[in-house]
Write a protein that binds this ligand. Structure first.
Ligand code: PLP
Length: 372
């Protein structure tokens, strides 16, 4: 947009001037089968809807209260870990989605010209956060046809640059690449001044969490991110956690507003955390569907890649723009990965229930025909 020539504008920071708005195609999705954002495809636990329905109107005019929330998160995490080290409430930070946690990490730790070390292709919000701080990003590609984690190169870069931040998405969105917790602990020893952030948004589908193995009091440069968006189905309410050393969490809290998580999200989170059985059932349904779709893709010889996570990549015969448009006209949303390093010309498909995968595959086979 052009400014009238007689007007002047205040200058934003130089780093912001260089950026683009982070945009995601989020509109008009409600009535469609949404396999484009790796969301829960069946909705949250009925306890969540019930709890929200019961919020008295009066509560809407009061600032949110967080009493009991961290206790519920700690109990939920600890009850699922067979580990002697327990997560303490002070080791938990609560954010308006993990996106806000990522933003806070960069805000708290990223000075201008500091380095972010990460991988490519990976979750799209790390890089804009580095850009807004004026940081330099070093991103190593996943390796080979299986998109293996570039462990040697990350190790060397940790030795060489001692970057301010290392961001690892585990399993990685969108390649599904998994990295063992033991290997992450080894990385953490190389450069103690590097904050290593493990984005475990899709951990429920692999069980590879770092949490049972890490003692943040001994390894304070590790930080784990978890969200209620995907498995618990609360993406619309925005609530995510960071789990790490108390001092790291304290620094993240310093750059977070006092009421950034709204009271609907708090109520929903408390209900969702109580109903772990619902989440477990959904995860096992997704894992069954994953096995089914993998079998089909193999037997139909459709080029694909499935790793950890509730998503996979598929390379259509037609171009991705035509495919996503044609799929949408049939009521199914999938995400084009066009232009992304290593996975250009693929589409990412979220895994829901087996019935949803059947519908996806049937439609995909219908639309992915080269018309001659
Ligand atoms: C790897 C990864 N991290 C973080 C997020 C953001 O999660 P939230 O909805 O909690 O902000 C996403 C969302 O797609 C993601 O895929």
């Amino acid at each position: 947009m052009e400014l009238e020539p007689y007007l002047e504008l205040p200058d934003p920071r130089e780093a912001v001037e260089q950026m683009q708005i982070y945009s995601a195609p989020l509109e008009g999705r409600r009535e469609l089968l949404r396999l484009d954002f790796n969301e829960n495809t069946v909705g949250p636990s009925p306890l969540v809807a019930e709890a929200i329905k019961n919020i008295p109107a009066n509560n809407i005019s009061i600032y949110p209260e967080y009493h009991g929330l961290k206790e519920a998160i700690a109990n939920n995490l600890n009850s699922r870990m067979k580990s002697s080290t327990k997560i303490e409430q002070l080791q938990i930070g609560v954010f308006n989605g993990v996106d806000a946690a990522i933003h806070a990490i960069f805000h708290a730790y990223g000075n201008i010209r500091d380095r972010l070390l990460t991988t490519t292709p990976t979750f799209g919000y790390y890089n804009p956060c580095a850009q807004m701080q004026g940081m330099e990003t070093i991103a190593f590609p996943y390796e080979g046809r299986e998109f293996r984690f570039p462990y040697e190169r990350i190790t060397d870069a940790l030795h060489k640059y001692k970057p301010k931040l290392l961001l690892i998405c585990n399993p990685n969105n969108p390649t599904g690449t998994r990295l063992k917790a033991e290997k992450i602990i080894s990385l953490s020893k190389i450069s103690p001044k590097t904050l290593i952030v493990i984005d475990e948004l899709y951990e429920a589908f692999t069980g590879d969490s770092l949490l049972p193995l890490v003692d943040f009091n001994k390894t304070p440069n590790l930080l784990v991110l978890r969200s209620l968006s995907k498995t618990s189905g609360l993406a619309g309410l925005r609530i995510g956690f960071a789990i790490g050393h108390t001092i790291v969490i304290n620094r993240l809290n310093r750059v977070t507003g006092p009421y950034d998580i709204n009271s609907f999200a708090v109520t929903a989170a408390l209900a969702a955390l109580q109903d772990q059985a619902y989440v477990d059932k959904y995860v096992s349904e997704v894992l069954q569907a994953k096995e089914w779709i993998e079998g089909q893709l193999l037997s139909q010889k459709i080029r694909h890649h499935i790793g950890g996570g509730n998503y996979f990549l598929i390379w259509p015969k037609r171009n991705t723009k035509d495919i996503t448009t044609a799929m949408k006209s049939q009521g199914i949303l999938v995400r084009s990965m066009n232009g992304k390093a290593l996975i250009d010309k693929s589409i990412r498909v979220s895994i829901g229930t087996t019935d949803q995968m059947k519908r996806f595959l049937h439609t995909f086979n219908e639309v992915d025909k080269i018309v001659t």
